[in-house]
Design a protein around this ligand. Structure first.
Ligand code: DGL
Length: 270
């Protein structure tokens, strides 16, 4: 059996992609991972499509320079601008395809909400994808830009976050939503505040869980070769700017999912 010990490269603008990374490290304990948080240029969600494309390409090139075997675009905003399924010979996974697929599988009444950054909503990628999979669905898209700052700030269970969530989500109250796509990887960190605005039977779709399933299928089919050896005990997180706040939050977020020792390094990607 072929084995490939090269790491899987994961990137986001900041802390949000760790909600994807934590699912992947827990699900694939034999694999090696490297993470890039483009903290110097966060947020992506308020930037134009060409700028997000340029940053995404630079991030992918950086990960390729770290000899990754696959790239996970753990950022929905970047995923709207990365349509390719391979980059410099490495398979590329975006978070929008698996999130859309899971939403269409989970919904019963076909009323789906997509919560995302302004750039993601503007790109319309979720709506197009969901409609192509389930044409009779109704998609309600709501930009929630402040959620990114609240997640980066670590206000994950906080009355201020509850208030912001309630203000953004009030427009969905009478829409009989049964499935909510957390269309920004920062948003799962605010799940409890978001959930309060929907009935208890509503399903929240988390990109991390959705992409872990797709990758698991690809390992099984051999689309990507697994590491059959023992994984490194270190998990390297590259940041484009220093951030003590980021570091302590990252350790906290990942500690329930992995026993790897998390190391940080500041780098330039351009
Ligand atoms: N986490 C990113 C996403 O999934 C975006 C956050 C940002 O605005 O940088 O869209």
């Amino acid at each position: 059996m072929t084995t490939d010990a090269r790491p899987i490269g994961v990137f986001d603008s900041g802390i949000g992609g760790l909600t994807v990374l934590r699912e992947l490290v827990a699900r694939f304990p034999n694999e090696n991972f490297v993470y890039l948080g483009d903290t110097a240029r966060l947020p992506y969600g308020s930037k134009s499509a060409p700028t997000v494309r340029k940053y995404s390409e630079q991030n992918m090139k950086f990960l390729v320079s770290k000899n990754v075997k696959a790239i996970v675009v753990a950022c929905n905003t970047a995923s709207t601008q990365v349509a390719e399924t391979s980059f410099e010979g490495r398979p590329v996974y975006n978070v929008i395809d698996p999130g859309s697929l899971l939403a269409t599988q989970k919904t019963k009444n076909k009323n789906i909400a997509v919560l995302a950054t302004r750039a993601t909503i503007k790109a319309n990628t979720y709506e197009n994808k969901i409609k192509s999979l389930l044409p009779s669905s109704s998609v309600f898209s709501v930009p929630c830009p402040l959620f990114v700052s609240l997640a980066e700030e670590g206000w994950h269970n906080d009355p201020i976050t509850d208030q912001v969530a309630s203000r953004y989500l009030s427009e969905l109250k009478d829409k009989n939503i049964d499935t909510v796509v957390l269309g920004c990887t920062h948003y799962p960190l605010l799940k409890s505040s978001i959930q309060k605005n929907f009935s208890s039977g509503t399903t929240l779709i988390d990109s991390g869980e959705a992409i872990a399933q797709i990758m698991s299928d690809d390992f099984k089919s051999g689309t990507i070769a697994a590491n059959t050896g023992v994984a490194n005990s270190d998990l390297l997180i590259y940041l484009t700017d220093t951030g003590p706040q980021f570091e302590s939050l990252a350790v906290k977020l990942l500690s329930d999912y992995t026993t790897k020792k998390i190391k940080f390094e500041t780098v330039a990607v351009i």
